[in-house]
Ligand binder design. Structure first.
Ligand code: MIG
Length: 666
């Protein structure tokens, strides 16, 4: 592993290991121009991986991506940037190597977009560190990247249970009713998420007393049911006199500032807000300490949102727009005036220029957010994770973030943001799951059923059939969309069987995630990462290897009764309707059309491997799951196989492969 320093980069905190420093001009593989442009010539067979969850394929070749964290509500193919920046690439061609571009500012990755064989990385103002690493295999490259940036965060066991969420649960009654409905349906559940409505006027670290009159009692009542409430925390602090969090933030000078050192006010859900300056260590520590308000009430899980950061408008911009609109009054309006006005009004939110307007204080100097932009969410969620470690030192806690950067995987999980209830986005979820794992975000997932737009029953069920493998297993939807809790639909038995199947798989999923985290490996792998010499496998992006044992092939299209599956080796299919109701058959290597009804899941067990399952027919949460009596689903029934099971009780912060694994012979 070698590092090449260009200019004077601002430290990001992504890297934890030492690398040998070499002269920038000696960087291998790339030719450098203008001090900030790196060019690599790709041969025809080169595939390029990396960049974290994004649009388009797992093989990123053929598009241009940008690192500039953005609250992007529409994940469509013409986008170049989403919520996070994972600024590394793994090159898989005649040469195999990885490059991590360590910069907190803008970078673009033109991967055969402008010219099909040119890979061109352009890094903002030319101040960055490039790390080059090599290995014989793709998983080897992943391990190198992890060595450089640290090992993955893991949440407590209960965070692997089912999580029901929606933007719009208003009060205690709404949450109770979610639980009652799932209990009535006999579906196990571990978590109910609390979106922004739980707060008093969207003020972080408050709970609305009208909606939750006895919140600590409510938390412990839920706790008795083994339900964890998971409140959201937003990046902006409401600017309201009398609010102790705001007042302390102002008194101590922990806020982001305009160039003239006055507070930078902006608008998000609470209305007028300030951003804590997460780049300032004291401010970050102070912010992490605020979680105490909720941990004292028994809360052990959080999700951090709006931390790209998302800005609805800045007050300067809004004023400018209103003034301009005022100018049109009493004038003869023509078509160009109409378009101008429309552009003024429709482009107020998430403007890139806002990042120039506000500043962080680093070593006593003001630096604009533009230069530090991509680590804002990282620093927020790191502050939260470190706060939780101080507040709850003897227990793992749950924390996942929307905005991410390389290195945040040491502290938190992530979700992939505001997808839609689209079949296309179910497909995208499959690819993003592999992409997140590459970066080390093992505990991650998409909103099952889709966030925006209206879910149909068949989409919810197909999405669930994939979601049961996702470490973060959360059904979530936006305000105003059609209800998509599984009890809203008709085929209750099928939904129940699928969720129960997740709990039957829980010992396996937990064990594979923990082993993966310990070994700096990926839990979800594209086929190309396992069958590297198989040309055909390289092109399959709608099947995944889960852990070590199985291949899954989710059905991601509407009105299908099956799908084509490519098997890179002979495997045994378990076509499962529930943990006891399945049929099984061996398939040879190659392409097969495999039937898969709406209520079925396709699981292929690899030769020499085993999928251990537990009896989850009567569990009501992860708390009841039996991790000891496991039944093997084998490739070959007559063959003896070993399974290495990781189990540690699911709460200890200690990660220790030797101590917490045991060999089971089946
Ligand atoms: O502007 O808190 O991605 O999961 O439900 C939207 C409301 C803010 C965006 C998150 C989404 C959450 C929503 N939030």
């Amino acid at each position: 592993m070698k590092k090449y320093v260009f200019g004077t980069p601002i430290p990001t905190g992504a890297v934890v290991a030492e690398a040998e420093q070499c002269r920038a001009e000696d960087i291998p593989y790339f030719s450098v121009s203008d001090g900030n442009v790196l060019n690599f010539k790709m041969d025809n067979d080169t595939a390029v991986y990396g960049l974290g969850p994004n649009v388009r394929g797992i093989n990123k070749r053929g598009w241009i991506y940008e690192a500039f964290n953005t609250d992007e509500v529409l994940h469509v193919e013409d986008r170049r940037r989403l919520y996070g920046s994972h600024t590394y690439l793994l090159i898989d061609g005649a040469v195999k190597f990885g490059v991590f571009i360590d910069t907190a500012g803008f970078a673009s990755f033109d991967i055969g977009y402008t010219k099909s064989d040119d890979l061109t990385v352009t890094v903002g103002d030319g101040n960055f560190t490039a790390y080059i690493f090599e290995a014989d295999t793709l998983t080897g490259l992943v391990k190198e990247l992890r060595k450089l940036t640290g090992s993955s965060y893991v949440p407590p066991l209960w965070a692997f249970g089912f999580n029901q969420s929606r933007w719009g649960y208003k009060n205690e009654g709404d949450i109770r009713s979610v639980l009652e409905n799932y209990r009535r349906m006999d579906v196990p559940i571990d978590m109910i998420t609390m979106d922004i409505d739980y707060m008093d006027h969207y003020k972080d670290f408050t709970v609305d007393e009208e909606k939750f009159p006895k919140f600590p009692e409510f938390v412990s009542e839920m706790d008795k049911e083994h339900i964890h409430l998971v409140p959201i925390i937003d990046a902006g602090i409401k600017a309201e006199e009398g609010d102790p969090v705001f007042e302390e933030c102002m008194e101590k000078g922990y806020y982001c500032k305009k160039a003239d050192k006055t507070p930078f006010y902006l608008a998000v859900w609470p209305g007028k807000c300030v951003f804590p300056d997460f780049m300032n260590d004291d401010a970050a520590r102070w912010f992490g300490d605020q979680y105490k308000f909720l941990t004292d009430m028994g809360i052990r899980g959080f999700w951090n949102d709006m931390n790209e950061p998302s800005i609805f408008y800045s007050f300067d911009r809004l004023k400018m727009v209103m003034d301009k609109i005022g100018d049109y009054k009493d004038k003869d309006l023509d078509v160009s005036a109409f378009w101008e006005m429309q552009a003024l009004l429709s482009k107020i939110s998430q403007r890139e220029e806002y990042t120039k307007d506000f500043h962080h204080t680093v070593d006593g100097k003001l630096i604009s957010n533009e230069k530090l932009h991509n680590i804002f969410g990282f620093k927020m969620s790191k502050a939260a994770a470190e706060g939780l470690e101080r507040l709850v030192p003897n227990e793992r806690t749950l924390i996942f973030s929307r905005s991410t950067f390389v290195g945040l995987h040491r502290y938190a999980g992530m979700w992939y943001g505001d997808n839609r209830s689209w079949w296309e986005h179910l497909k995208l979820n499959v690819r993003q799951a592999a992409e997140a794992n590459m970066s080390g975000f093992i505990y991650s997932g998409a909103d099952i059923g889709g966030f925006g737009s209206n879910a149909t029953e068949d989409l919810a069920m197909r999405w669930l059939a994939f979601g049961i493998f996702s470490p973060l297993f959360r059904n979530h939807t936006a305000l105003g969309t059609r209800d998509q809790e599984f009890y809203r639909f008709e085929k209750l038995d099928d939904f129940r069987n699928l969720v129960r199947l997740r709990y039957a798989l829980l010992p396996f999923i937990y064990s594979e995630v923990m082993k993966t985290a310990c070994n700096d490996d990926m839990y979800f792998k594209p086929l190309s990462f396992v069958y590297e010499d198989d040309k055909r496998a390289k092109e399959v992006e709608d099947e995944l290897i889960v852990g070590d044992s199985i291949l899954i092939a989710p059905v991601c299209e509407q009105n299908r009764t099956g799908r084509y599956v490519y098997l890179p080796e002979k495997m045994r299919l378990y076509r499962m309707r529930s943990q006891t109701d399945y049929d099984t058959q061996v398939f040879e290597k190659g392409d097969h059309y495999i039937e898969c009804a709406l209520n079925e899941v396709l699981i292929f067990v690899r030769p020499g491997h085993v999928l251990p399952i537990t009896d989850a027919r009567s569990v009501s949460s992860s708390y009841d799951v039996d991790f000891d009596s496991l039944t093997p689903l084998k490739f070959d029934e007559n063959e003896r196989v070993e399974y290495i099971q990781y189990f540690d009780g699911g709460t200890t912060r200690e990660m220790n492969f030797e101590k917490f694994t045991r060999k089971i012979e089946f």
